[in-house]
Ligand binder design. Structure first.
Ligand SMILES: Cc1ncc(C[n+]2csc(CCOP(=O)(O)OP(=O)(O)O)c2C)c(N)n1
Length: 632
């Protein structure tokens, strides 16, 4: 039996000696590389926390003590030592282990929100609850230097500092990176400590010398002591945290498990809020990850573990099409700038940044600041493009509504990963953006169905100068261009089947790539019911609902909408309202995502599960037509 397979629960780690633990760490790394190479997932972050996680589980008593992982993408080792090592071959597969903590999987998992910078707030609440209920339990939050750039983390620290007798340990897992090197002043402060590993040694030397040079006498000792403190403050971020009232321990080598355990024991005994600053290396133990300049193999598709080469078929993604086009637009117009919340490469902004480094701002994992600073850029005469994943837009919603839209700021939001993303689980699906954007006065939303439309709509969006715009597109390979057969008031007609143009029949309106699925569904309906006229349109600009959609709906017997947003407040809902307002009585069938959190699975499997593929749409439309019977 392997060492790892003998670990059924964290208590099994406590009897192991240092050598065995080192062997176990090596075995864990092999297992992580093998599982991610096969199934995709987060590699660099997990390889970096092997010793840290072992130390945490040896010092603290989970699940009685609560160990929270901020963002949760670095919890593989935690899963392995809490009884789930056996399930690792099915990591991120439907029905297999989730890529994030999951309360359904284990009592050792307390939080499973994969949006960054929340762990300290959860920890503050848990520590307060245990104090009030008189329970003697520790709360530990592990937060990366990237997640520490989020405003929520600082709001929480401000509170945590007030709980002098609440045992709460914050472990800052400082690897200097988010995806790219972490941006901002805090990162610089942490970096100065990280790049001076000799400073603890140096302080020890200063201390010894002071005691040796007795002739200096007390005043000089005091002076030198002050110098020493100043030096430590200048080099380490101790002052930063201790001024807030939180004890600081570190920096500790995050791959020296015994040293980590000493620091954590010390923090545990302290009984109040403590920050343990652990310096780790992303990708540690797998050279190819450490050497990867872009993001140290932060999150990867299946790859060959011997070479590190990706096994994903080479394709052009929606992200690449956006990235290339925004770089072209930036070359044409020098007022275009871009903002990213720590996701320069994942959102495709690197081509723009390479050409015009002064016009792309990485603000850290700080969507709220990203949005309001974009409003500032717009008020200052520029046209900002805020590129975020759809799921992270909700973090900056208040800012979008009141700081951008209320001020009529011409900011373009580019929402990558809109719709079902799949593998990353419930919180990563981009299924809320249309519902949010639909209630923002003055907001115009475009949804391209293919690469040509993405280029076209992005160009149109940045040309809007009197209010906010958004362009949403999904994850993965861009769909082949589907040229329209006609255009009606800005709406592309993609398919017309059945008897030649006349009133009546079915109108299917698809949002973005779902328009292509709608076109497939129309052909399937036509195969079985060739006498029913079916028209498929792609409005391109989906919110507010274009008047052309309402006019077309008036002339058909049934309107069908197809989108990959939640049905509450989505496109179908907006069309229903628009028809009611215009007193158009045509019945409407809405195909959208159910308002449920969707478990992880591949995107096609999820779309099938919720009835959003062409077969299921075609059959639902046919059923509806049969129920309605022949029309006069
Ligand atoms: C609110 C939010 N925005 C963006 C992301 C995307 N994201 C996932 S991990 C990550 C970097 C995290 O860096 P850090 O906290 O330092 O952890 P590391 O991966 O370096 O261990 C980012 C930006 C997110 N999860 N949440």
């Amino acid at each position: 039996m392997s060492l790892l397979d003998a670990i059924a629960e964290p208590a099994d780690l406590r009897d192991l000696d240092d050598d065995t633990l080192a062997d176990l760490a090596a075995e864990i790394r092999e297992r992580i590389v093998a599982a991610v190479a096969c199934n995709s997932g987060h590699l660099g972050p997990n390889l970096g926390v092997v010793e840290l996680t072992l130390a945490l589980h040896r010092v603290f008593d989970s699940p009685r003590d609560r160990i929270l992982f901020d963002t949760g993408h670095q919890a593989y080792v935690h899963k392995m030592v809490t009884g789930r090592a056996g399930g690792f071959d099915r990591l991120r597969q439907e029905g297999g282990l989730s890529g994030y903590p999951s309360r359904a999987e284990s009592d050792h998992d307390t939080i499973e929100n994969s949006h960054a910078s929340t762990s300290l707030s959860y920890a503050d609440g848990l520590a307060k609850a245990y104090a009030l209920r008189g329970e003697d339990r520790h709360v530990v939050a592990v937060i990366g230097d990237g997640a520490l750039t989020g405003g929520m983390a600082w709001e929480a620290l401000n509170q945590i500092a007030t709980g002098a007798d609440r045992p709460l340990v914050v472990v800052v897992n400082d690897n200097g990176r988010s995806y790219a090197p972490t941006a901002g002043g805090l990162a610089l402060r942490l970096a100065s400590a990280r790049t001076n590993p000799g400073y603890e040694r140096m302080l020890a030397t200063v201390k010894t010398r002071l005691h040796q040079v007795k002739v200096l006498g007390p005043p000089t000792y005091e002076a030198l002591h002050a110098v020493k403190r100043g030096l430590k403050d200048a080099i380490a971020p101790q002052g930063l945290f201790e001024d807030l009232g939180i004890k600081y321990v570190g920096p500790v080598d995050g791959h020296d498990r015994p040293a980590l355990e000493r620091a954590l024991e010390h923090a545990k005994r302290f009984g109040g809020p403590v920050i343990v600053h652990a310096v780790t290396e992303k990708g540690h133990g797998y050279e190819r990850a450490v050497a990867d300049q872009t993001d140290q193999m932060h999150q990867v598709a299946p790859f060959d573990p011997d070479t590190g080469e990706s096994l994903a078929a080479p394709t052009t993604t929606w992200t690449q099409v956006f990235g290339d086009e925004i770089a072209v637009l930036a070359a044409e117009r020098d007022d275009i700038v871009a903002v990213t919340a720590a996701m320069l490469h994942p959102t495709g902004l690197h081509a723009f940044a390479d050409k015009f480094p002064d016009r792309v701002y990485d603000v850290g994992i700080a969507e709220q600041h990203a949005v309001t600073s974009a409003a500032g850029l717009a008020l200052g005469g520029l046209h900002p493009v805020v590129a975020v994943y759809s799921t992270f837009l909700s973090r900056g919603f208040d800012q979008l509504l009141l700081d951008v839209a209320l001020h009529d700021c011409a900011v373009t939001f580019v929402l990558d990963r809109a719709g079902v993303t799949g593998d990353d689980g419930p919180s990563h699906n981009g299924m809320w953006d249309l519902s949010m954007l639909g209630i923002v006065p003055g907001m115009r939303v475009a949804a391209p169905r293919d690469g040509a439309r993405l280029r076209e709509l992005l160009r149109e969006a940045v040309a809007v100068d009197d209010g906010p715009t958004a362009v949403r597109f999904p994850k993965g390979p861009v769909l082949p261009d589907l040229e329209p057969v006609d255009t009606l008031d800005g709406c592309d007609v993609l398919v017309r089947t059945g008897p030649a143009a006349q009133d009546g029949g079915v109108l299917i309106v698809g949002v973005g790539p779902m328009a292509q699925i709608a076109a497939e569904a129309a052909r399937k309906i036509a195969d079985e019911q060739p006498t029913t006229p079916v028209t498929v349109v792609d409005p391109r600009w989906v919110l507010p609902v274009p008047p052309a959609v309402v006019d077309l709906a008036r002339r058909h017997d049934l309107v069908v909408t197809v989108e990959d947003n939640g049905r509450a407040g989505g496109f179908g809902s907006a069309v229903s309202h628009a028809l009611a307002d215009a007193e158009v009585g045509t019945p409407i069938q809405v195909h959208a995502l159910p308002q449920r959190f969707l478990d992880h699975a591949k995107r096609p499997a999820l779309l099938q599960r919720v009835g959003l593929n062409s077969d299921m749409i075609a059959s639902a439309v046919r059923d509806r037509l049969q129920q309605r019977g022949p029309q006069p």
